[in-house]
Design a protein around this ligand. Structure first.
Ligand SMILES: [Zn+2]
Length: 276
């Protein structure tokens, strides 16, 4: 009887999360970035946008879900050779392409869902579509979601994925201290995910080097499993600001996504409250 809850926890635990805290932070920042006429759509639904921001990490029982959260850039020849369409991806990698990740196209699909939700005039649907879109936008800002060395397995740094994405968020980030710029209209918004991936990918060499340095200076504890407090002090000093920057950028870009979806939908006002 005692084993069951633990098993359930393991099954439902996401493989590579920003962690609930990180995804919530991105949602919070995005809502903060909106002009009042767009933000009014979320009145009374703010908690829904945060509460559902981690949902896609719990959908991984569906084998198609995993690759929606990342894209390996190396198989395409690096960030300058990224395919812009699924057809192009398939032409380059054949049947292997889906397994290598499809996050930019998923962001486009979920963004269209948000445009549709605004057009349908349904604030609850707008909030849910925003939460789901925001999840994939946030994942695209994690450097290790853009590489086939996603967990440091090729550089003997296994576990670096969660050390960066969850470990540093838990230790370094206070959501109240994060800031975000006002959301911006952008006619080319639909193609921005490729820019985000490219910028994320550029952060990888330093991230891996800082993890190695922190390990060298402060080896693992005697059981050889958990990192020491000294490791975390060093890794946090180097990469904490990068984690903060990526969370803030993700929040800003989700804000841009919401604003531009609302503009494309024709700048609708939310339906008036029924009754009094
Ligand atoms: Zn994810």
């Amino acid at each position: 009887m005692r084993i069951l809850p633990l098993l359930l926890l393991l099954v439902s635990s996401p493989l590579w999360p920003w962690g609930d805290k990180g995804h919530r932070a991105v949602s919070t920042l995005a809502l903060r970035s909106l002009p009042p006429e767009t933000g009014v759509w979320f009145a009374g639904h703010e908690a829904d946008v945060c509460d559902h921001a981690s949902d896609p990490d719990h959908w991984r029982q569906d084998r198609k879900e995993g690759p929606r959260h990342f894209m390996d850039l190396e198989p395409y020849g690096g960030p300058d050779q990224m395919p812009r369409t699924l057809e192009e991806a398939q032409a380059k990698l054949g049947g292997d392409f889906y397994r290598r990740g499809v996050v930019p196209w998923i962001i486009q699909d979920r963004w269209r869902d948000l445009v549709d939700a605004f057009r349908a005039g349904d604030p609850a649907r707008v909030a849910f579509a925003t939460a789901i879109l925001g999840h994939y936008v946030a994942d695209a800002h994690v450097p290790l979601h853009t590489t086939d060395n996603h967990d440091g397995q090729r550089t003997n740094q296994r576990g670096v994925h969660s050390r960066w994405e969850t470990g540093l968020v838990e230790r370094h980030i206070s959501v109240e201290a994060l800031t975000v710029l006002p959301a911006q209209p952008d006619k080319a918004f639909f193609y921005r995910p490729w820019d985000w991936l490219k910028a994320s990918h550029a952060l990888i060499p330093q991230l891996l080097e800082d993890d190695r340095d922190a390990d060298r200076t402060s080896p693992m504890d005697s059981r050889g499993k958990t990192r020491t407090a000294a490791y975390w002090m060093l890794f946090r000093a180097k990469q904490g600001p990068v984690v903060k920057q990526q969370l803030q950028l993700a929040g800003q870009h989700l804000g841009d996504a919401i604003l531009n979806a609302w503009i494309v939908a024709g700048r609708p006002a939310p339906p008036a409250h029924q009754g009094n």
